[in-house]
Write a protein that binds this ligand. Structure first.
Ligand SMILES: Nc1nc2c(c(=O)[nH]1)N=C([C@H](O)[C@H](O)COP(=O)(O)OP(=O)(O)OP(=O)(O)O)CN2
Ligand SMILES: [Zn+2]
Length: 149
C-alpha cells in the first residue's frame, strides 16, 4: 500500500511580543495564525476497520491539534518567560487575561518547532508528522519538515 500524506488546516488568534527585537514586533500585537498539519502513513487496509481507507481520521487529527495547540494558543498572549516580559505577563494574568509563558522567543520559527514536538508526541506509531506550515501574516510563514530534522 502506498504512503499518503494528508493535511488539515487550523486557525487561531494569538497575541505576542518579541522582547529585544529591533522592529515593530517588539510591541504587543496579534496575528490570525493559520497552521497546516501534514502527516504521512498508509491507508488502513482492513475492510472490517471502521477507519478503512484512512491514514488517520481527519477528526482524530483535529482532536490532537485542537487539544494541544489551538485551544491553548487561541485568544492567549504569548510571552518569552526568560525575559522581563514575565512581569507584564504576571500583571495581565492577575487581571484575568489569558497569558501563555513559553521557554522561547515566540517567532513563527520557534512556535512551529514547539508545535512539531507536541504533535509528534500524540500521533500513533504508524503515523508520522511530515510537515507543518505556520502562517503569521498573508505574506510570512515558517515551515517545519521531518526530512530537515
Ligand atoms: N523570521 C521572522 N521574522 C519576523 C517574525 C517571525 O516570527 N520570524 N515576526 C515578526 C512579527 O511578529 C510581525 O508581526 C510579522 O512580520 P512581517 O511579516 O514583517 O509583518 P508586516 O505586517 O510588516 O508584513 P508585510 O506583509 O511585509 O507588510 C517580524 N519578523
Ligand atoms: Zn507578530
Amino acid at each position: 500500500m502506498s504512503h499518503i500524506r494528508i493535511t488539515k488546516l487550523f486557525s487561531f488568534e494569538t497575541g505576542h511580543a518579541l522582547y529585544g527585537y529591533d522592529g515593530k514586533c517588539k510591541n504587543v500585537h496579534g496575528h490570525s495564525y493559520k497552521l497546516s498539519v501534514t502527516v504521512i502513513g498508509k491507508p488502513i487496509n482492513d475492510t472490517s476497520n471502521v477507519k478503512y481507507g484512512m491514514v488517520i481520521d481527519f477528526g482524530d487529527l483535529k482532536k490532537i491539534v485542537k487539544e494541544d495547540i489551538v485551544d491553548v494558543f487561541d485568544h492567549a498572549t504569548v510571552f518569552n518567560k526568560n525575559t522581563p516580559h514575565v512581569e507584564l505577563a504576571k500583571e495581565l494574568q492577575d487581571r484575568g487575561h489569558n497569558v501563555m509563558l513559553v521557554d522561547y522567543q515566540p517567532t513563527s520559527e520557534m512556535m512551529v518547532i514547539d508545535f512539531a514536538k507536541k504533535i509528534k508526541k500524540r500521533l500513533p506509531d504508524n503515523i508520522k508528522l511530515h510537515a507543518l506550515k505556520l502562517q503569521e501574516t498573508d505574506t510570512s510563514y515558517a515551515e517545519w519538515y521531518a526530512c530537515d530534522n
